[in-house]
Ligand binder design. Structure first.
Ligand code: SF4
Length: 473
């Protein structure tokens, strides 16, 4: 199969000149066969080209050393691997063993090759900045008491956006105001000296770290692209977060159609970017996507609708709703109240109209804008159902997202259709076994390389190996 691929993109990664290189097609064969046979380390691959007859044949008796293999994997394949992977998938499509139209999407987390104890937490940075802000305000107020007469700025500076410059200026002003004053406590002098010495440098460091965080809450200093996440395979059983990557794949008949690497711990926010990549690779959106409830957000359902993709995506709570039990447990839940579209009002269990009192917009963490409405009952005083209907002291208020309700109702109908049930069943033995095979059967539970670019190459090789194994089976 590799023999039939067009490797122009890969050959362009070689600048020319210098000593003679090994042929990229040979190196690709060695590397891919390594990932097929669970040999991931460059040193072990080097050894295999000397002592394993299969590798010796693939390498045409040449013996690239581990540095050559590593450079080829980490550098040369960077731009070319996705193109190679796409060519293999298109070849398999032509053979009729998989489809680009109907795909299943799922994600898993794989541990990064990072030191688990060299972490940076976004929340710790926020807390430290808050602490600085508080201490600076305390120092300011102290100065006001001691040197009120000289002070030209009786109100404390605004530290909403605390910065190195602002802190330095404030410390200087405080130091100048306290200069030569009698009765300034030793503790305050020490605090001021400490702030002058440590804080500007600390703020510089925080700024750098926040740039690396780029909206995440954590990263590992030894692989700054890896984020701390809770992994399912928690061997120590201590719930410790580990530096990892969230891997998203699309599959068809247990072949990997596409893969993408994300820093987000949750699958929900990865969906649009993952599907856009499918479009980029194959110049078309998939016809239908089946996924579990981890993807069923309003944003994702809306995205699929906008792109004309038939979505068989469960929404959170879909499984619960299937039994009658749920309605029995919570018969007065907002979702079971009758809605009158013309009058734009709900009817509470006592038949009282709940009119719309407020409509507003809210942005999710990804910036997606939701439109919400609030409906309020007229009067709950003396209602015999009050104890079971709601717990508020006022009249009952419900918050409703009509667009989400619409998506849920479309999704429910699709998921409960004959086709939907078949797709949901297939999803379980289509996409999930791929991760099981890679992680459990082929013992790939930790990346060998660091950084998102190299991790993408490694997973690309794993996906390529999965497809070739499946084709040969
Ligand atoms: S408590 Fe209020 S909202 Fe609930 S049933 Fe009674 S009147 Fe209606």
């Amino acid at each position: 199969m590799i023999e039939s691929l067009n490797l122009d993109v890969l050959e362009k990664a070689y600048t020319g000149g210098g000593t003679s290189s090994y042929h990229p097609r040979m190196l690709l064969k060695v590397l891919v066969y390594g990932y097929v046979t669970n040999i991931y380390s460059s040193r072990k691959l080097e050894a295999a080209t000397k002592e394993n007859i299969h590798f010796m044949w693939l390498a045409a008796m040449q013996q690239p050393d581990h540095n050559t293999i590593n450079t080829f994997r980490g550098r040369r394949l960077q731009e070319a691997l996705k193109n190679i992977f796409t060519q293999v998938v298109e070849l398999l499509v032509r053979e009729g063993v998989l489809s680009l139209k109907d795909i299943n999407v799922d994600g898993t987390k794989i541990e990064a090759a990072a030191n688990q104890y060299t972490f940076v937490w976004g929340n710790a940075i926020k807390t430290n900045k808050e602490k600085m802000k508080r201490q600076l305000e305390e120092l300011w107020h102290y100065t006001q008491k001691i040197a009120a007469a000289e002070s030209e700025e009786p109100t404390p500076p605004d530290f909403t956006l605390i910065s190195k410059e602002k802190v330095e200026q404030t410390i200087e002003k405080i130091a100048a105001a306290l200069e030569g004053k009698e009765g300034v406590s030793k503790k305050i002098k020490q605090k001021l000296a400490y702030a002058k010495r440590e804080w500007p440098a600390a703020l510089d460091k925080y700024e750098e770290q926040e740039k690396v965080l780029d909206g995440r809450n954590s990263y590992s200093k030894t692989d700054t692209d890896a984020t701390f996440m809770r992994l399912k395979d928690d061997h120590m059983k201590n719930g410790q977060l580990k530096a990892a990557y969230n891997i998203q794949i699309s599959t068809s008949n247990q072949y990997v159609v596409d893969y993408s690497i994300h820093p987000n711990a949750t699958d929900t926010t990865t969906f649009p970017a993952h599907v856009e990549q499918h479009k980029e690779s194959y110049q078309q959106y998939p016809g239908s996507i089946t996924a579990d409830a981890g993807y069923g957000s309003e944003e994702n359902l809306q995205y699929a609708e906008d792109k004309g993709i038939e979505s068989y995506i469960k929404y959170p709570g879909f499984d619960k709703q299937q039994g009658e039990k749920h309605q029995k447990k919570a018969p007065f839940a907002a979702q079971y109240l009758h809605y009158n579209k013309e009058k734009d009002c709900f009817y509470c269990p006592m038949g009282q109209a709940m009119n719309c009192t407020r409509a507003y917009k809210r942005k999710t963490s990804t910036g997606f804008e939701q439109t919400l409405k609030q409906y309020r009952a007229q009067n709950c005083n003396g209602c015999p159902l009050r104890g079971v209907c709601h717990q508020s002291k006022q009249a009952r208020v419900i918050e409703v997202n009509h667009n989400l309700i619409r998506h849920k109702s479309i999704a429910k109908e699709k998921l409960q259709s004959e086709e939907g049930i078949a797709k949901r069943k297939k999803r379980c033995y289509d996409v999930e076994p791929v991760f099981g095979n890679i992680k459990s059967n082929h013992k790939f539970n930790r990346f060998m390389l660091r950084g998102k670019k190299k991790v993408t190459i490694e997973f690309g090789l794993l996906a390529l190996a999965q497809n070739l194994r499946k084709r040969a089976a």
